[in-house]
Design a protein around this ligand. Sequence first.
Ligand code: ZN
Length: 437
Amino acid sequence: MIEKMREVKDIARGLIEFLDKSPVNFYAARTVSERLDAAGYVRIDPKDAWEIRPGGKYYMVKNDSAVFAVEVPANADPAAGFRIISAHSDSPTFRIKPNPEMVSDGGLVKLNVEVYGGPIFYTWFDRPLSIAGRVILRSDDPLHPRHELVRFDRPLLTIPHLAIHFNRAVNEGNRLSAQKDMLPVIGIIKEQAEADGLLVRMVAEAVGCEVSDILDFDLSLYDTTPACLVGMNEEFVSGGRLDDLSMVHAALEALLTAEGECPQMRVMAIFDNEETGSGTKQGAASPVLANMLRRVVESLGGGAEDFARSIANSFMVSADNAHAFHPNYAEKYDPTNHPVPGGGPVIKINARCKYMTDADSAGVFKAICEKAGVPCQMFVNHSDVPGGSTLGNILTAQMDLRGVDMGNALWAMHSVRETGSALDQAYTVEAFKTFFE
Ligand code: ZN
């Protein structure tokens, strides 16, 4: 189906634009919301009474960082079920602590940060970094402060590595401390008094508010280097946060371009906090999606029986990236199931049930790929490697859904810059579209 290279490049460039617009989870949610707005989706607020109509398209945002969209067919049957694609908005990074300024000799100001998720530390050194996230502003109502997003669109910090002359053994392995080695330098200030509150003053200026209006913030670091195509034939996409924004992008493209009437409701669920175990109100371990889907069924006139039937009729594609075969480390991979870049979307399966995939759901996804004219691959861990987990099996604690864990094959998962395949992105968009049709 995807033989036209121009189409592949268009999709890859769309992904690159999506990555650059989404430096942290909050901006990923905003980028998704803006695309949904432009496509005529109606934003619904969990605090309001919902009036979901057949033929309508709706979305809900949770905590500014998670987005859930549903498209209801014109002849909606409340018990018909959902076709769900889930992915996550967050990526490993360094989160700025409160009162972060630390001044050392020469007026060098560094910021105190802590680790979010599982970044590969040394990929963060010597990069032009910046700051993005959310700031919480005072309002008349203490229970409802105002929320603003903020990003400094310029290189603002760097985490300088120690010169090799101070550690000649650095290339033989170098243990890193999150508290000592990973603090970024933001500039030079001669007076301690000027350093105190520096970040909050910068945020106030960027947002256009008074310093005294700022109650708190959720701010993280990101690499300002834009994503790009790499390779002699531009085979690869190189960029930060491909895990899992490449799957968010593919889900969104599929939702917005799927054609015809699907007999079931199309659902896109972008959770936050997968990288820390999904245990927040906007994470996959919370009832946020189950509650939304139940309310949609009820608003369409369905009852508890209809909701239970709709769960039994549903299927979920839990989309999170997989590990691509690395030519320098063949011994790390399963001898017979090691997906390669460009080989198509990857079904992930695990005997300890770390993934929701079983033979039934893998079979469903293979049949979808076949219908889409897209190849697909299998990933199984090397039996001596424990491997990771993802959204699918966590969500099944909330809803007993049939579903598959899949994703595109990446190199350097959790590096500040990961590498995937342009062709795989196009394949996955096509497979997701077919699923929604
Ligand atoms: Zn992920």
